[in-house]
Design a protein around this ligand. Structure first.
Ligand SMILES: [Mg+2]
Ligand SMILES: [Zn+2]
Length: 201
């Protein structure tokens, strides 16, 4: 047991933190939802690491480069910082089994709902996935939460409203909410049962 491992929020990017524009391949199309900065700031204030975990198969499909994905994240950092918010780390999967770029064409363990990105973040940052939360707009995000033992929140932004109407067999989120702001509120309300206070042991 490692008591110092912290709970975190693993956050999907496209359709959850920013508008889903298909394959984001031009930086000018990057758009945060209007509530994203406040939502991230609230999680920051609660002391919860915020970690982006995102499938970016556009790299394997030759739509974007890894350099572009990383530049996008630096731009996101600037937009968030302007509102006093901070993402602690970004992890992305550039792979796809049908990719056209040989070096990225593979079955990997990091494409969500695979748990590779969360495992890497947990190792790097000392996080405890089982006391953590996953927020996303697709069932594969919920599948990721199930795979790592985290609590799962589906947001109705991006693909979420459509996804909500076609749940996979046996799939269920712990909460389905309108957007990231509501997800952040749900997390903060449910944090007590995750982070033990003195009388709960
Ligand atoms: Mg998404
Ligand atoms: Zn991968």
């Amino acid at each position: 047991m490692t008591p110092t491992k912290r709970p975190a929020v693993f956050l999907d990017r496209d359709g959850t933190l920013i508008e889903d524009v298909g394959y984001l391949d031009v930086i000018e199309r990057l758009a945060l939802f209007p509530w994203s900065v406040d939502s991230i700031r609230a999680l920051n204030r609660a002391g919860l690491p915020v970690v982006i975990v995102t499938n970016q198969s556009g790299v394997a499909r030759r739509y974007v480069t890894e350099a572009f994905v990383e530049a996008t994240h630096r731009t996101l950092d600037r937009l968030l910082a302007a509102g006093g918010a901070r993402v602690d780390a970004y992890y992305y999967c550039p792979h796809h089994p049908d990719g056209t770029v040989a070096e990225y064409r593979r079955h990997c363990d990091c494409r969500k709902p695979g748990r590779g990105l969360v495992d890497r973040a947990a190792r790097d940052l000392g996080l405890d996935p089982e006391r953590s939360f996953v927020v996303g707009d697709k069932w594969l995000d919920i599948g990721l939460a199930r795979a790592v033992g985290a609590r799962a929140i589906l947001v109705r932004t991006g693909s979420g409203a459509v996804e909500e109407r076609r749940p996979p067999a046996g799939g269920a989120a712990d909460a389905v909410v309108d957007n990231l702001a509501a997800a952040a509120s749900w997390i903060l309300l449910n944090l007590q049962s995750t982070v033990c206070n003195p009388q709960c042991s």
